[in-house]
Design a protein around this ligand. Structure first.
Ligand code: SF4
Length: 213
């Protein structure tokens, strides 16, 4: 069976309501903190930021590194992430005093280029911010996406842009679809298409997959 014959599992749209300023910022902070870290650990760091009344750009920009290290320690690489998060907050305050909603309302390509120009923000982090915090139709490519789709039979591209073009040229630019599709990929990667010992016998894609591993 060709890769083009693969179909995603059953897709249902979830609820995606309007985002508060706090929610937008928390999504951006999570996108930075999740680099090389499991999401469970990121949630603990985000909870520590919220619990310490640090979940705003001004609070993080103004707090000492010691306090920030303690909050971010669960997310791993906490010194580097503290610097990146602080730099991101300082950038927002200096360059975008209008706030995230105003900044993120601009042109998608320009916004993406601006995010990518910031130290420590790569394509996956930028696109997570664009899709989840800015509501822009950018498909997020992560390790789950590459692993699952290479196993399904798509070329094992190395470049992020090749993978993103595959999805963005095959799907309508619908943020709810992109959001849900990515969530389904993550779910499949966690529950079935594991890095080692994938559970192909129980996988909902088993009849469409070339099982290239
Ligand atoms: S059938 Fe196996 S290799 Fe293919 S997507 Fe499912 S778990 Fe992954």
């Amino acid at each position: 069976m060709s890769p083009g014959a693969c179909r995603p599992p059953v897709y249902r749209r979830g609820f995606h309501g309007p985002l508060s300023a706090g929610a937008r910022f928390e999504i951006c902070a999570g996108a930075i903190l999740t680099q090389n870290t499991a999401w469970r650990s990121v949630e603990r760091a985000l909870a520590a930021l919220s619990g310490g009344a640090l979940m705003t750009p001004a609070k993080i920009a103004g707090c000492g590194y010691g306090r920030l290290y303690r909050a971010l320690r669960p997310s791993g690489y906490y010194r580097q992430k503290a610097r990146r998060l602080k730099d991101f907050c300082r950038y927002i305050l200096k360059e975008h005093p209008e706030g995230l909603a105003g900044w993120f309302s601009g042109n998608t390509a320009r916004l993406r280029a601006e995010l990518l120009s910031l130290k420590g923000i790569g394509p996956e982090t930028a696109d997570s911010m664009l899709l989840y915090a800015a509501g822009k139709p950018k498909f997020v490519i992560d390790a789950y996406t590459r692993r699952i789709f290479a196993r399904l039979g798509f070329p094992p591209w190395r470049e992020y842009g090749d993978w993103q073009r595959l999805f963005e040229s095959s799907l309508p630019p619908d943020i709810r679809l992109y959001n849900e599709y990515h969530a389904l990929i993550v779910g499949l990667g966690k529950d079935y298409c594991k890095k080692t010992a994938p559970l192909c016998g129980k996988c909902p894609l088993k009849n469409f997959c070339l099982k290239n591993f």
